[in-house]
Design a protein around this ligand. Structure first.
Ligand SMILES: [Zn+2]
Length: 271
């Protein structure tokens, strides 16, 4: 069996396919609606008298994994080898931003490597302002792990809160339970944008039950937030805050200027 180190090296430096600068996953999504030219979407081909699975089935499985994980199309392009440290160098004299970004990147890569061997690896919390690359790192982790067939769920917290509220309003206990149950028990959970949202006692409590269960079962959680710990305590309460400290290593990301803004400026300069 290949060591997880070797596997990870391969994934992090994923060869581009079809000369279109697409990762395997992006290529799967790009061909989402195309009919398989080998099996005509039957999923099997005949070899003599025997039916064997068509090669497109692997692609389909990967596609379904991405769908299951709820990773948005935009985030499927986030890969460690395109995490650009240049965005952290501008305007900073002491390289403070860049050093923090390097540490966070290394922690994210180490997490992927370690969790393949140890499903109880400690989680990560990336904090930083809007446009500091937190979600990019969380998505890069998701991409690596999904391709390694780790069951993972990527939940954007405001969307999660909407879903929880909707199930509360409709009183459909079962669907609320399903989503919570999956979030509690999935091997790797990513909670993106744990921010200053409109929490009610009820949603706050639901979030706590997810994090509490995962801490007790030592299931890794990756969290991104633009809140400080004092603010987390204000919005989510002391017990949730203390769970987060228990279950995650913390990394801060900062830039002189919002990375989205830097990308925009760069694009404008070129056009
Ligand atoms: Zn096929």
């Amino acid at each position: 069996m290949e060591s997880s180190d070797k596997i990870l090296k391969k994934i992090m430096k994923k060869p581009k396919v079809n000369n279109q600068n697409l990762s395997a996953a992006e290529s799967v999504l790009a061909n989402e609606n195309a009919v398989c030219s080998i099996c005509g979407d039957r999923g099997i081909i005949l070899q003599g008298d025997t039916a064997i699975p068509c090669s497109c089935m692997e692609q389909r499985k990967l596609f379904n994994s991405f769908k299951y994980a709820r990773l948005s199309r935009e985030l499927i392009g986030c890969r460690f080898d395109s995490f650009d440290l240049d965005y952290y160098n501008s305007g900073s004299l002491d390289q403070e931003h860049s050093l923090k970004a390097q540490k966070a990147l290394k922690a994210a890569q180490d997490f992927c490597r370690n969790v393949l061997n140890n499903p109880h690896e400690i989680g990560l919390l990336f904090s930083g302002s809007v446009g500091s690359g937190k979600t990019f790192l969380a998505a890069a982790i998701a991409n690596v792990l999904i391709e390694q067939q780790t069951k993972l769920l990527f939940l954007v917290v405001p969307d999660l809160l909407d879903e929880l509220r909707a199930t509360y309003d409709s009183k459909s206990e079962t669907s609320e339970y399903d989503l919570l149950d999956i979030a509690r028990t999935i091997p790797v959970l990513i909670l993106d944008d744990l921010g200053a949202h409109n929490y009610t006692d009820w949603t706050r409590n639901r979030l706590y039950t997810i994090l509490n269960y995962r801490t007790n079962e030592q299931l890794p959680t990756i969290i991104t937030t633009n809140l400080s710990f004092d603010e987390i305590e204000t919005y989510l309460g002391e017990r949730t805050c203390s769970r987060l400290l228990q279950m995650c290593r913390i990394f801060r990301l900062s830039t002189e200027k919002d990375i989205r803004r830097q990308k925009y400026d760069k694009r404008e300069k070129l056009s």
